[in-house]
Structure formats: C-alpha cells, structure tokens
Write a protein that binds this ligand. Structure first.
Ligand SMILES: Nc1ncnc2c1ncn2[C@@H]1O[C@H](COP(=O)(O)OP(=O)(O)O)[C@@H](O)[C@H]1O
Ligand SMILES: [Mg+2]
Length: 434
C-alpha cells in the first residue's frame, strides 16, 4: 500500500485525467480526477469532496485544487463516510466527504475524487411577498449554498440508500433537462415527493437535498435559490382566494427562473394542503377544484424551465390528487427511524451534551458501526437498550428526548453522569408512552 502510494504520487501529475469547469461570477469549481491509469482495471469509486471556501481565501482555483489533493494524498490513505477531515482550516469553513456506503472503506488508489469548491452564503432566509398582497408571504427564499442549511443533510439519519437515490434522482433529472431530453419520449418532470408520518425529517431532507444538488451541479449555474412554500399556512387562511394566489406565486417562481444561470429549487411543504383530492367533501368544493387545477397548470408551465427542481413533502399521500401524483417522477417513503437510526440519533444527542459539559465526565461511546453490543456492561449497551425501547418514536420525538429527560426526570441539574442521563431518558420515554 505504501509503495503503491508513492508510485501513485510520482505518476499522479502525468497520468491524472483532469477536467474542470468554472462558473464565472461566483467562482464555483468542480474538478474530476481519476487516479493512475494502472488501476483503471479496478472499478473506481466516486468520492464527492465538498469544500466550503473561507470568505477571505482568494487563491486561484487551480492552486486550490492542487492544495486539496496534495493534502488529502499525504494525510489520508483511506476514506469512509462522515470521516473527519482536518488540516484545511486555513482555506475552508468545512470540508466533507459523503455518499460512501456505511460499510465501505475506500483506499486512496480506488478513489475517483470529485471535488466541489464553493462559497457559502451567510444570509438568513428572506420572506418574499406576493405583489399587491403585502401581508401575504409567498415563499421563504434562501440563497444556496447556505451556511444555515449545511448541517442538515448529515443530521437526518435515514438508510444510506435513500440518500443515494435522492441525489441520484436530482442529478439525473437536472442532467436530462440540460441535455434537452424530449420529455414526450422520456418522462422527466423534475418533481419529487418525500412522504411519510410527521416528524421523520422530510422537510429537513428536502431542504438539504436542494443544497446538495446545487453544490453538485454548481459548475453549471452562477447562483442558486431555494423557495420554500408552506402550503398549509398559506392556504388555510386565504382559502377562497387561493386559486388566484397559486397563480401569483408561480408567476413569481417563473420570474425568478427566467435567469437560466440560476438554479431554482422549489420546496412545496405539506403539499396535500393545496392538492387535496378534488372530489373531497370540503365545504367549498369549487375552491378546492380551482386550487388543484391552478397548481397543475402552473406546474405544467414550469416544466419548460430546465433550471427548476420541485421538491414536495407530504404527511398524507392518500389525500393528494391523483393527477398531481401522476406528475411526480420519484416518490420516497420516509418512515420512523429503525433501531440503528434511533441509536445514531440518540448517540449524536449524547455526544453533543458531553461536548457542552452537561453530561460529565465525558465517556467513550462508540457509533453504531463500531459498538460491541455483546458487552452488557458497556456504555453502548445502555444506549442500545433505550433505542430498543424507543421503537415507533419519530426522529423529532427522539431529538426532544434529552430535553424532556433533563427537565422532568433529572431536576435540571447543571451536570449529570452518563448512566444517570440514560436512566433519565428511559423515564422520559416511559412518560411519553403513557
Ligand atoms: N430520521 C431522523 N434523523 C435525525 N433527525 C430527525 C429524523 N427525523 C426527524 N428528525 C429531526 O426532527 C426534526 C423535525 O424534522 P422535519 O424535517 O420537520 O420532519 P417532517 O417534515 O417529516 O415532519 C428535525 O430537527 C430533524 O432533524
Ligand atoms: Mg415537514
């Protein structure tokens, strides 16, 4: 391995295949490298490296990519999901590695590095108001990629295959639109839906998917926006007007998307509120029909905008109008977390509390992958038991559990030992189950 690495480093310069594209205004770069030809017989594993440049770094992009690859090759021999990458503090706000299967370790020579370099926006979301309807926020607008969305993707624990498929879908659908694939021959509406019970991370996933997609596609666009429409709050209050409002809202989206160099992700949260079945026995069926028809017409018009991606979430798939469901390219069910996900969520909570000194002294607590649950005395086994007891809880409830435990079962003490905290969480679980 060492010899191979030395060989690779020596031959890297002349044998690497390099392609890069540059996005003029904001300076986004995407580089694709395949390591030495000699290993081309082995299947290369793509590794996406995301580099959020520090604001004060003004190095030329070629220089940056040289530094990044050089440091990676000299400091790391293997790569795995969520590994901590250090030694880039002088150039990057963060650098992350994603999408390697949980059980996979990829050696340097197996890797095909795809490096995405970008600058994060530090602007909070802005409320966009519908023209002539000043008190009516149409959408919340985020500049992408945004620092406030940057931890979301990793914070939601779902099956790795789901995240892979989500990214696969968005990449392919944007690629197809860019290639102007004839949608009469191959259906590609660029509309997807995450559905499942409440509190399972759908909204969080959808927002972070918009961010990830933009980072992965950023070489094609000069800027990115996420427009978040909360259908429920918007349409419950102005129901009788909502057909007209939908039209205005989509007009606004259309205007924003007119600039083909801007990537526009539209998040329609809790989409069932505006696309509930037209024949439902609502008190104002005429309005319901008008709203659904407006949404369908607007979505059809938006289809010609190849820079737009529509991400929807729903807690109630069954109440969405079939004509809308028909337009969805890809729908994914997000359920309550399974045992390993519950363990990982609670594990992240405990690590946070230890790092802030609420759980004291800090103890060693292995992640799901590395834990040995055969040792009944171990710290991991204690958390494993709580995770078993939390079956049926949503991710949202699990993230609330530490607060409930500390506030109601541990007398809000300034600091608590690990085992007392775990016992507190068990009590909180029992109380929430009652
Ligand atoms: N599977 C999960 N893993 C980690 N955190 C989760 C998970 N599901 C939900 N959460 C957390 O619960 C909160 C609510 O999630 P949200 O995206 O609003 O859920 P939904 O839209 O499905 O109702 C968020 O803080 C999120 O991080
Ligand atoms: Mg939601």
């Amino acid at each position: 391995m060492v010899l191979e690495k030395i060989f690779l480093k020596r031959n890297f310069k002349k044998e690497k295949k390099k392609s890069s594209t540059f996005n003029r205004e904001l300076g986004f770069f995407c580089f694709r490298f395949k390591m030495s030809e000699i290993y081309d017989s082995c299947e290369k594993i793509p590794i996406h490296i995301e580099v959020a440049l520090r604001e004060d770094v003004n190095l030329a992009m070629d220089e940056l990519q040289r530094i990044i690859l050089q440091r990676l090759s000299s400091n790391y021999h293997i790569f795995y999901n969520h590994m901590e990458i250090i030694g880039f503090e002088d150039i990057a706000e963060y650098i992350s590695i994603g999408d390697i299967n949980y059980d996979k370790i990829v050696s340097f020579w197996q890797a095909e590095f795809i490096i995405h370099i970008f600058r994060l926006s530090h602007n909070l979301c802005e409320k966009e108001f519908i023209e002539n309807e000043d008190d009516l926020p149409a959408a919340e607008q985020w500049e992408l990629p945004n620092v406030y969305l940057s931890g979301y993707w990793d914070s939601v624990v779902v099956d790795q295959i789901i995240k892979k498929r989500l990214l696969g879908y968005t990449s392919t659908s944007m690629q197809f639109s860019e290639a102007l694939i004839n949608t009469d021959i191959i259906t590609c509406n660029r509309i997807m839906l995450l559905h499942g019970p409440p509190g399972t991370g759908k909204t969080t996933l959808a927002k972070s998917l918009a961010q990830k997609t933009f980072i992965r596609q950023s070489q094609k666009y000069t800027s990115g926006l996420l427009l978040e429409i909360n259908s429920h709050s918007l349409f419950s209050k102005w129901f009788s007007e909502s057909g007209k409002l939908v039209m205005k809202l989509f007009e606004h989206i259309n205007d924003v998307a007119e600039d083909t160099e801007t990537f526009v992700a539209v998040l329609i949260d809790e989409v069932e509120s505006i696309t509930s079945i037209r024949t439902s026995n609502s008190s104002e069926p005429g309005d319901a029909v008008r709203v659904v028809n407006s949404v369908l017409t607007c979505l059809d018009n938006l289809k010609r905008r190849t820079n737009v991606l529509v991400l929807c979430t729903s807690n109630m798939l069954s109440s969405i109008d079939p004509a809308f469901v028909d337009r969805i390219d890809f729908k994914v069910y997000i359920g309550n977390p399974n045992l390993s996900a519950r363990y990982q969520i609670l594990h992240s909570c405990i690590i946070e509390l230890m790092s802030k000194g609420i759980i004291k002294p800090a103890v060693s607590l292995e992640s799901w992958i590395n834990a040995d649950f055969n040792n009944f005395e171990s710290n991991e086994y204690a958390l494993y038991n709580v995770s078993i007891a939390a079956e049926g809880f949503s991710g949202r409830s699990l993230r609330k559990l530490p607060l409930q435990a500390h506030a109601f079962h541990l007398d809000s003490r300034p600091c608590v030992t690990y085992h007392s905290f775990v016992a507190g969480m068990r009590d909180a679980l029992n109380a929430m189950n009652e």
